[in-house]
Design a protein around this ligand. Structure first.
Ligand code: NDP
Ligand code: OXD
Length: 293
């Protein structure tokens, strides 16, 4: 953005705070945004905005814009499809067998025998659902408001939740972290997943760690109620070295990298948003502070 001063807060904390009009943030220091009296727009450097709402001094009435971009979407769908295939094709078992030099064929369902339920049908969930469908999985989705997606049955709200869970062998969580979604991946949910599917129930979480109850997941894995999990996000990040999750068979862990924001894509997105805002006052992908996403 030629002619405009751009500061990295971490490098230059002496910056005149009253000169800041736009802030692009990821886990901002509490109170930092409130100390900028002329701030007009807050941009989240990621799709999620829970990291902004954690600031108890967050100024009210300043619009918050989420990061929505094909680059982020495609990265997330790559990770989700990969995880579904890892569990479908029992890749962890083949890895173990390889280490033991064991030539052993495992019984193999095909994707069309496996039902995947995607929680959250927003920018990321919808794309993941469509790409899983393309791979042959039986895909359905659940969101707050009802969606119409071709060839994908959809469920909405609390009333449909149990019906949605009962027909999902693999649960993919792409919900934002809000009051309503905190702890949703719990024993209660796990017990509703079918035990008679082509594979044992699997949970895949790339939404937020606060949505999963790790202790319930660990117990369900140990009891064989869950067949496996893939977790990219954790209530506490980095995940504690002492967490039992690291060593459980068929647990796939990644360090919050399912879809990392590309700085190039983010810069070009924010530039475009600021240009539109200054040209006609309009902002897209605005966060609804009431619902928290
Ligand atoms: P969106 O806001 O576009 O979509 C959110 C979806 O969740 C919507 O379909 C919404 O329903 C649904 N939803 C929200 N609350 C509820 C609820 N209480 N019950 C049912 N459905 C609900 O978000 P994105 O798709 O862009 O991103 C989703 C999340 O993914 C982010 O918030 C972030 O936490 C996570 N993320 C993780 C990354 C990683 O690397 N691990 C990277 C990027 C994002 P409705 O459509 O009706 O509003
Ligand atoms: C995001 C993230 O919200 O990377 O974009 O978690």
């Amino acid at each position: 953005m030629p002619g405009r001063e751009i500061c990295n807060w971490r490098d230059n904390k002496k910056i005149d705070r009253s000169s800041v009009k736009y802030a692009v943030v990821w886990k901002p220091d509490p109170g930092l945004l409130a100390s900028m009296p002329n701030l007009e727009v807050i941009f989240s450097a990621g799709a999620g905005v829970d990291h902004i709402f954690e600031d108890t001094k967050l100024p009210k009435n300043i619009p918050i814009v989420r990061f929505v971009d094909p680059d982020l979407r495609d990265r997330m769908s790559e990770w989700i499809v990969l995880q579904c295939l890892m569990h479908l094709r029992q890749q962890r078992s083949y890895d173990r067998n390889q280490r033991q030099h064991s030539w052993l064929e495992l019984q193999q369902p095909i994707a069309s025998e496996v039902r995947v339920g995607v929680m959250g049908l927003g920018e990321l969930g919808k794309d993941a659902a469509l790409k899983l469908k393309m791979m042959g999985f039986q895909v359905s989705g659940w969101s707050r408001s009802k969606k119409n997606i071709e060839n994908i049955p959809t469920f909405a709200g609390d009333n449909d939740f149990n019906e949605f869970l009962c027909q999902s062998d693999i649960i993919v969580n792409l919900l934002p972290l809000t009051n309503k979604t905190t702890g949703i991946l719990s024993r209660d949910l796990i017990e509703k997943l079918p035990q008679n599917g082509a594979i044992k129930p699997v949970i895949i979480n790339a939404g937020r760690g606060g949505s999963q109850v790790a202790a319930d997941i660990i117990t369900a894995l140990q009891k064989g109620i869950l067949g496996g999990v893939s977790l990219d996000v954790f209530e506490q990040e980095p995940l504690s070295e002492s967490s039992a999750l690291w060593d459980i068979e068929n647990v796939i862990l990644t360090p919050h990298v399912a879809a990392v924001s590309s700085m190039l894509a983010l810069a070009s997105y924010v530039t475009q948003c600021i240009e539109n805002y200054e040209a006609n006052g309009s902002l897209t992908n605005l966060v609804d502070t009431k619902s928290g996403y």
